[in-house]
Design a protein around this ligand. Structure first.
Ligand code: ADP
Length: 279
């Protein structure tokens, strides 16, 4: 019999070591903003193919900054970021760096354009005609369950549906790496859970790497097979944990002792990183 207050499952915080051949490697990356804020200091991270990595930490610890730097949006102040060339069978022969999708916290849809045209935008920028783009757009809308809403305008959609459009727009270029910056933070819990499940289903059906920013321990444990815990002032990585639980995961996973134990372990890591005295 387990002693009172002891965990009933046997999960352990496994610190992430090898990731196979990394697709992107960050080496001593630092970022100081123009006003002197040290947003990131000495970040070392190698992210492997098909990983689902959450960047978890309190507000202001540099999660978004780190995600944007990985996306190539903005300069870093020190260190380097190296991308691995993707295998020859990759559709365009591009390196991973040129094959990114980005989903922001706000859906950032064009209010004057319908769902179809919002999703079409990235292809329009590549000068692909609407007619040629149509099959891909309908595919992307089907992936997020919105194939019947191509003519709807953003004002006619719920918050969850707008986020689905935003995800479809990110998927339209068939990215091999999906970068997501707290995409579900503004949604109610039921909608968030549903989108969590849909995201996992999409991830399982493709060979994507997902890098997902969140400040929710529960969301990170549910989704990820790896959690990078960060702390603020200066923004830095304090723990790198493997969530060694099988996929597919469903709502039943939230009820398991293993899920609760992982949440407790990750939460303890997060709190200990926040307790560390800032410089
Ligand atoms: P998080 O995503 O974890 O909330 P951010 O990456 O947004 O953290 O921010 C990290 C730190 O950098 C914070 O102190 C924030 O105020 C600061 N910061 C973010 N963007 C800028 C900017 N453009 N100029 C100056 N400081 C910034």
């Amino acid at each position: 019999m387990p002693a009172a207050n002891q965990p009933t499952s046997r999960v352990e915080a496994v610190h992430t070591r090898g990731v196979g051949t990394p697709i992107v490697t960050l080496d001593s990356v630092g970022k100081v903003y123009g006003n002197g804020t040290v947003a990131l200091r000495d970040v070392n991270l190698a992210i492997g193919r098909a990983q689902f990595v959450s960047l978890l930490g309190p507000s202001g610890c540099g999660k978004s900054t780190l995600l944007r730097l990985i996306a190539g949006l903005g300069d870093f102040s020190s260190g380097r970021i190296d991308w691995t060339q993707s295998p020859a069978e990759n559709q365009a022969g591009d390196d991973f760096k040129r094959n990114l999708g980005f989903v922001f916290q706000e859906p950032t849809l064009m209010p004057w354009a319908n769902v179809f045209d919002n999703v079409y935008l990235p292809l329009k920028l590549t000068r692909l005609s609407r007619k040629s783009a149509r099959p891909r757009i309908m595919d992307a809308l089907a992936m997020v369950g919105l194939e019947k809403f191509e003519r709807s305008y953003p004002r006619e959609l719920s918050g969850g549906m707008k986020m689905r459009v935003s995800i479809a727009r990110a998927l339209i270029t068939r990215p091999s790496v999906l970068l997501m910056d707290e995409p579900f933070a503004a949604l109610d819990e039921i909608t968030r859970f549903r989108l969590n499940d849909d995201l996992l289903r999409l991830w399982a059906g493709h060979d994507w790497t997902v890098i997902f920013v969140t400040h929710s321990v529960y969301e990170s444990v549910y989704l990820s097979n790896r959690i990078v815990v960060m702390a603020a002032r200066p923004g830095r990585v304090t723990a790198d944990l493997t969530i060694d639980e099988p996929y597919p995961r469903s709502e039943a996973f939230r009820m398991t002792a293993a899920y609760n134990d992982y949440c407790r372990i990750v939460s303890a890591e997060l709190h200990s990183s926040m307790d560390e005295a800032p410089e």
